[in-house]
Design a protein around this ligand. Sequence first.
Ligand code: 26W
Length: 791
Amino acid sequence: MKNDILKRLRYSLGKDAGAASVQDWRMALSLVLRDQLVDVWLDSARRAEVNASKRVYYLSMEFLIGRLIEDMISNLGLDAAARDAVEALGQDYDMIVHDEPDAALGNGGLGRLAACFMDSLATLGIPAFGYGIRYEHGLFEQSFVDGAQAESPETWLSQRHVWEFERPEVQHRIGFGGHVSRDGGRATWHPDNMVVATGYDTPVVGWQGEWGNTLRLWSAKPVNPFDLESFNRGDYLAASRSEALARTISRVLYPDDTTENGKELRLKQEYFFTAASIMDLMCRHMEEDGDIRALPEHVAIQLNDTHPAIAGPELVRLLVDDHGLAMAEAITLARRCLAYTNHTLLPEALERWPEGLFARVLPRHLEIIREIEAAQQAEFPGSPHILEHGDVCMGELAFVMAHKVNGVSALHTDLVKKTVFAELHRIHPTRIVNQTNGITPRRWLHGCNPALRDLITQQLGDTWVSDLEQLAALKAKRSDTSFIQAFQQAKRSNKVALSNWISETCGVALDPDAMFDVQIKRIHEYKRQLMNLLETVALWNEMRDDPDRDWTPRVKIFGGKAAPGYVLAKQIIHLINDVARVVNADPATKGRLRIVFPPNYNVTMAERLIPAADLSEQISTAGKEASGTGNMKFALNGALTIGTLDGANVEIRDHVGSENFFLFGLTASEVVDRRHQHGFSRAAIEASPRLQRVLGQIFEGRFSPEDPHRHHGLIGMLYDHDHFLVTCDFDSYYDTQRRADVVFQNSRNWASMALMNTASMGWFSSDRTIQGYARDIWQADAPRSALERSA
Ligand code: 26W
């Protein structure tokens, strides 16, 4: 490999070793690795074609991939070889692999889930394509200016993205606007604006490099890139106008992760990638099979939330307008191919597009949606409407056009049946199924936690990496002193590494023996970072009130971005940084309490923080977090969870044992009841002198002397609009934190509970999740599942 790297450096980058930069070495190493995976990739594609196997198409507006180099190296089993080769060339291996920018093509949970699913699909050997958008700019870069979030464009493509292959031959014309003509019964859409979708392929090779799938991301390009006439007239802007307009469609990821913004460009992005993907898979089917009516046997399309829901009308459009099927048959055929995953119950996240906008941008699709609505009403009179109050409801459209709909945790799926789709569930009682989320153990244990990985492999061998339920064998070690000590040592070495990184990046010194209490996720009211912060101030107060008490030293670590337009979330960030500044400067609690908020949380930072965590904060208002996946990553890496009975917390607690989980707070049904009680928040505040004191301090500007009124809005909201019941859960949360303090003081016992978490998380592998989709939704084989492998 050493010589291969030198050869690539010379002939692909035109550099010799003496002149090479860190980036050059990384590119050279990546190109050598890429050579290794192209064979299995192309071979897999050929075998899928020859075997006419059913293909899964995962349509997602987001793929939160992070870095790829380490994933590629470990999936090819080249960890040692790559490190030895680079070090033999006198280079710093960690510096080289850490030079790769994150592919931040997503906002949070939904996007990261899609990335984990791609790894599991390849590891299980299920032929699949991921389809999405090749954003020029991913999720914005976050920095703090005087404690407030500032955003700047993300620039991952400012350097060559070495893992992708541009496919100039893979192009589809995507239309917008225009009108529909009719001759006889046949309709023809005449768009008045076209762009070209060009494919960029990234190989996704699974664990042990036995199968490779493709992530195909679409980039928007103009039909006519350059208008020479305008240029010759000196109107240079006009000359590149069409190029600029087309490029806008795949220019940037929308940074909202819970509020639909109703922007026309967002709708165009959704249609652009969905239409290109549907056209692409139809071409492949017609080339390989040729019988359009056989499509459902060969194609399973999964819609990652409603963002690609236009796939239903688009498929029907092609089947009717291009293939001449009758509307009713086309609708049925399309439904047999489509399935839809719901990821949120938040009303503001459910997409509804104004009919007027639809009529302007997608006139033919609106006609087809009317046909779909009519067919649904005819067959199921009184069924909820897709077209309602002048809006196109994308949730109802996705539901009606899917043969299966799933939620992402048992509690969430139950709530989907009881709330957002209650009526449709009554009409279609077998359509909704549950598929509890999962995470890939390759990135989220084998890759990010070598210390724990090696300890486990020493014990079990390494087949656990693709058969995670084998971890259960570690339960027998919970009272094995030497094993527990080794387990503690692994955690401590991760905490020391993180302390060094935090002191470098945030200039704050941490005590690696303190409890590392971590809350990392998008900033949102329902995730209740605010409640965590209020508890921290209460703890600070009591540490100062009672300095002689044997307090458990605590490090509070926050990480997360707020959608740029989400004012209240940005105020929460500002408050956390304001409190951190005061607490970290307080000699009275030095060495006992520290608050750090490293800016620009992303996948790579999660890989750094999670292995070092003792306590995982999963404190959302019950009934609001559809699943969560960070909760799974923490527990797998030996952290204990403090959490509510929400999302997948419920199933995690069932698996790890209630004795190994710090539960608190109202349940989902208690939340609904409490909200009906008038003045519930004032009553809660009234009943908690501890909370009153904290709210008073913040309100008076104790943490913002330079701007005493800064947090008035935030605190005022808690008194009268505490929609997410921070005030009601505060005391039970505070008491549970104090319980955790006591448990942590018995480090042996804590480690044993943490080991029980790691050992019990096998079921939360995304391999198990994908096998569930393959069995219950796609009817696709998983030739490389652990089961198959052991057969
Ligand atoms: C239209 C704007 C928008 C963009 C993204 C609305 C909603 C979204 C996503 C659905 C939000 C999201 O990421 N949801 C998270 O999905 C995870 C994967 O299933 C779950 O684990 C999280 O609980 C859920 O919040």
